[in-house]
Design a protein around this ligand. Structure first.
Ligand code: PEP
Ligand code: MG
Length: 572
């Protein structure tokens, strides 16, 4: 049996299937408490608080991107309007479990109706609800009869989907997974993730990549694969084989072997043109993988991890020590630090939006937030300057979500005033790409965030699985924007990096090099395949592939045209 989905986290996983099905108690419709509303509400609050603390603890243990995502979920759990809705129901005699169940349902439905990115958050609400019901179930005795049932969505009974102890790495199969499920997967015991649903740049996928777990999402029929069946999941091609034959296994594993062992030479095309291969880092915990996979430095340090779950800003000294640790891991390389990217999909407890934002992705986020909170930038830059003193790595500092030359000017000036000589901008907004030539007068390097740039170019929410094909970074419209940035960078003699998920696609990496991109930054696990792809093709080949891709009229045709000119990729 063969299935096909979207290969979204590279590598091949092979093992028996473990299906994840949530088993949260479903309270019966007329479940009532014994009469003491205050005591019942205290129980509900304790359960919700326990879930928030649990999510924060999971986040702290997981670190990196997981921490920021789980902190956002913990915030949902503490939402005052949610608590008020629970209280109202309990005051009317409804049991704590039923009140939580109904209140979350109202929030869930409102998010689904809102559509877009908010609809994607509905699954996270379900995850929090299930955890709260389990916490309530495990807590104090109930004051009335209860029912229990079996959920059918994502998540698991207690938030530990991959119970440890299995000697054989298994393939986790689910409809969808919450980020909190992925964050607790025991390292080394998960061969791959196979999801029937899920978006290609969802938080769950970003976590899988960061953990180096191959993943295929949007795979129709995945849930029909029986528990225990052995499957082969190819995170590069999206192909899934149930009970693969020995020949199929040999072909796939042989294909990997043909690439040879990872070599940690600097990134180069076959004719020796350098393309720096850098790592995306979401916390200090990601450093060993980056060093181990031969990164030449860090192309994107997401600094949000220092601010997560905090009521107050981290001290300068704490920030300095963290930055210094990263710089010291790459004494001869470069480390590019992105200043705080708060807002939208990265909400921070101590920095709530000043007013309600109907479209947070288009709201006060990234560099836009610094105007109202200048101390955030000042302190971050001071900590970076202290960290750089005496370090040998080359430190670059860049601002997220830059749109205008004025924003870039303000940021670069602030960096220089702080004693930081290499200041750049992320290109995530189409306006910035279109006028990169103006920005290049000011910014000292560029880093293209293709996750957001694709989202805004195609007006397609990056979290939505159904819109996945619309946000395909192979689309020539996106390649044109990358080309504009690369050309402007070359004219001004600036480094031009791609640090979005697209850089991890070996074929696309060759195309980016052909467009003039001079550095690529990605999850450490992807570095080996990208290094081999570049080493297999001359710069002229890459240029020809880039030209062929841009001459196409759509993403699929662009991919096919480029790959036809990149023979060393084989069928990888
Ligand atoms: C991007 O948008 O491509 C990017 C690298 O930033 P993030 O994924 O953190 O928004
Ligand atoms: Mg971004």
């Amino acid at each position: 049996m063969r299935l096909t989905g979207n290969g979204v986290s590279p590598g091949v996983g092979y093992g028996p299937v473990r299906r994840l099905v949530r088993r949260a108690p479903v309270p019966p419709p007329r479940d009532r408490h014994g009469g003491d509303a205050d005591a019942e509400f205290a129980r509900a609050e304790a359960a919700l608080e326990r879930v928030a603390a649990e999510l924060e603890a999971l986040g702290r243990a997981a670190g990196g991107v997981a921490q920021e995502i789980l902190a956002a979920q913990a915030m949902m759990t503490r939402d005052p309007s949610l608590r008020a809705a629970v209280r109202e129901r309990i005051d009317a005699g409804v049991s704590a479990a039923r009140a939580i169940y109904e209140s979350f349902a109202v929030f869930h439905d409102a998010l689904v109706r809102a559509g877009g990115r908010l609809a994607e958050r509905a699954g996270d609400i379900d995850d929090v609800r299930d955890r709260a019901l389990v916490a309530l179930d495990a807590g104090a005795c109930r004051t009335s009869g209860e029912g229990s049932g079996r959920g059918s969505g994502r998540g698991s009974d207690t938030g530990t989907p991959a119970a440890g102890g299995d000697a054989v790495p298994y393939v986790i199969v689910a409809r969808d997974l919450a980020p909190s499920d992925v964050a607790v997967l025991p390292h080394g015991s998960v061969a791959a993730l196979l999801l029937e649903e899920g978006g290609p740049t969802s938080h769950t996928v970003i976590l899988a990549r960061a953990m180096g777990v191959p993943a295929v999402v949007g795979c129709a029929g995945a849930l029909r694969v029986p528990e225990g069946a052995v499957v082969l999941v190819d995170g590069d091609t999206g192909q899934v084989r149930v009970a693969p034959t020995a020949a199929e296994l040999a072909r796939t594993t042989g294909r990997r072997a043909a690439h040879g062992p990872a070599t940690y030479r600097p990134g180069r095309t076959a004719d020796g043109c350098p393309v720096a291969l850098l790592a995306n880092i979401g916390s200090l915990r990601d450093l060993p993988a980056a060093v181990g996979c031969g990164a030449e430095g860090v192309g994107l340090l997401r600094t949000e991890f220092l601010y997560l779950g905090r009521r107050a800003r981290p001290q300068v000294a704490e920030q300095r020590d963290a930055y210094r640790t990263v710089l010291d891991a790459f004494p001869e390389g470069q480390v590019v630090v992105r200043t705080l990217d708060a807002g939208a999909d990265k909400p921070l407890a101590f920095l709530p939006p000043a007013r309600h934002e109907p479209n947070p992705a288009l709201g006060v986020r990234g560099v836009r937030a610094y105007a109202a909170h200048p101390e955030i930038l000042t302190e971050q830059l001071a900590a970076l300057a202290e960290a750089a003193a005496g370090a040998t790595a080359r430190l670059g500092v860049m601002a997220p979500m830059v749109t205008t030359v004025e924003e870039a000017e303000r940021f670069v000036r602030a960096c220089h005033d702080a004693g930081l000589p290499w200041a750049g901008v992320m290109v995530e907004v189409p306006a910035a790409a279109l006028r990169a030539r103006d920005l290049a007068e000011v910014a000292e390097f560029f880093s293209i965030g293709t996750n957001d740039l694709a989202q805004f170019t195609f007006a397609a929410d990056r979290q939505l699985g159904g819109l996945g094909p619309l946000g395909d970074p192979w689309h020539p419209a996106l390649l044109d924007l990358v080309a504009l940035v690369a050309e402007a960078s070359a004219r001004a003699g600036r480094q031009c990096c791609v640090c979005g998920e697209a850089a991890a696609d070996p074929a696309l990496a060759c195309v980016f090099a052909g467009l003039g991109v001079t550095a690529l930054s990605m999850a450490p696990a992807a570095l080996g395949a990208v290094r081999r792809a570049l080493a297999g093709h001359t710069l002229d080949r890459c240029r020809a592939a880039a030209a062929a891709a841009r001459a196409a009229t759509g993403a699929q045709a662009a991919r096919a045209a480029a790959r036809a000119l990149l023979p060393a990729l084989g069928d990888a």
